[in-house]
Write a protein that binds this ligand. Structure first.
Ligand SMILES: NC(=O)c1ccc[n+]([C@@H]2O[C@H](COP(=O)([O-])OP(=O)(O)OC[C@H]3O[C@@H](n4cnc5c(N)ncnc54)[C@H](O)[C@@H]3O)[C@@H](O)[C@H]2O)c1
Length: 252
């Protein structure tokens, strides 16, 4: 795969999966705008990209605020004269505050939906406006989760947001197809973080491949969907979970 001459904008580019995607795209020749709420983390990704001879800029934005994310995407277009790939990777389940819905507070519900779902809608809209204007096609990729496919107790807000991304992907693919812009989403299972101390045992219990899913595994899928080879794939959600979502309750 070759991304020479392509421009990519990533939200959550300072995060675990986002930084892996950013590095892989840059290694394959893309110019990458690394956007994150946490500027320090985004800067770390940019330094790693520059260390391998890649081209990247750092942008601070809050995906939950449409004006903020629009300005960052606009800046990318101005800096690199175009936008070919937009990935909304920022998100998360506010894991430490997960609760059954009957006990959950408005503030947590609203924030989870704003970052995960509104963030996807705002980022996709801002990117699509530029891609349509530039007339050179494009790739829009949003991050869902298997929680958005199958649901999870204690996680109704996150499940609704990630499920919303799957529905949004289908509708937006229909709207943007005529401009040669594809719209897809990625639904990971558990992606193991080195610092979180997920045990290997747990990883082996939650997939059928007896192996851990790493950010680099997800990055490979994301980069393929962003590539020329994926030009005829649109409106789809790709599950990457080692078969976890195939399990039937009460059986192996
Ligand atoms: N890690 C997993 O096991 C897993 C599983 C399924 C889905 N996902 C999804 O994959 C995506 C990436 O996950 P990750 O594990 O890399 O998470 P992460 O926490 O490592 O990275 C998320 C990044 O998003 C940034 N961010 C948070 N709020 C933001 C905001 N309002 N505006 C801009 N940036 C913001 C954070 O600063 C962080 O750098 C998320 O959408 C997550 O829901 C992850």
């Amino acid at each position: 795969m070759n991304f020479t001459g392509k421009v990519a904008f990533l939200t959550g580019g300072g995060g675990y999966i986002g930084s892996a995607v950013a590095l892989r795209l840059a290694a394959l020749g893309a110019k990458v705008a690394v956007c994150d709420l946490d500027l320090e983390k985004a800067e770390r990704t940019v330094q790693q990209i520059r260390a391998i001879g890649g081209t990247a800029i750092v942008l601070a934005a809050d995906v939950a605020e449409s004006k903020s994310i629009e300005a960052a995407i606009q800046r990318t277009d101005e800096e690199f004269c175009g936008l070919d790939i937009m990935m909304h990777i920022a998100g998360g389940s506010a894991r430490e505050r997960m609760k059954p819905l009957i006990k959950q507070e408005d503030e947590v519900i609203e924030r989870v939906i704003r970052i995960n779902l509104l963030g996807a809608i705002y980022s996709s809209r801002a990117a699509a406006r530029i891609m349509v204007k530039r007339k050179r096609g494009g790739r829009i990729i949003n991050f869902s989760s298997i929680v958005g496919v199958n649901g999870l107790r204690g996680c109704v807000d996150y499940a609704a947001a990630k499920g919303g991304i799957i529905a949004m992907t289908k509708s937006l693919a229909k709207e943007l197809g005529e401009y040669r812009i594809t719209v897809n989403s990625i639904a990971p299972g558990i992606v193991m973080r080195p610092e979180e101390g997920h045990s290997e045992e747990r990883a082996l219990k939650t997939n059928f491949l007896k192996s851990k899913c790493l950010a680099s595994d997800v990055a490979e899928l994301a980069v393929f969907l962003a590539s020329e080879g994926a030009r005829f794939i649109t409106g789809q959600t790709y599950i990457i979970d080692g078969g976890r979502s195939l399990a039937l309750k009460g059986s192996d």
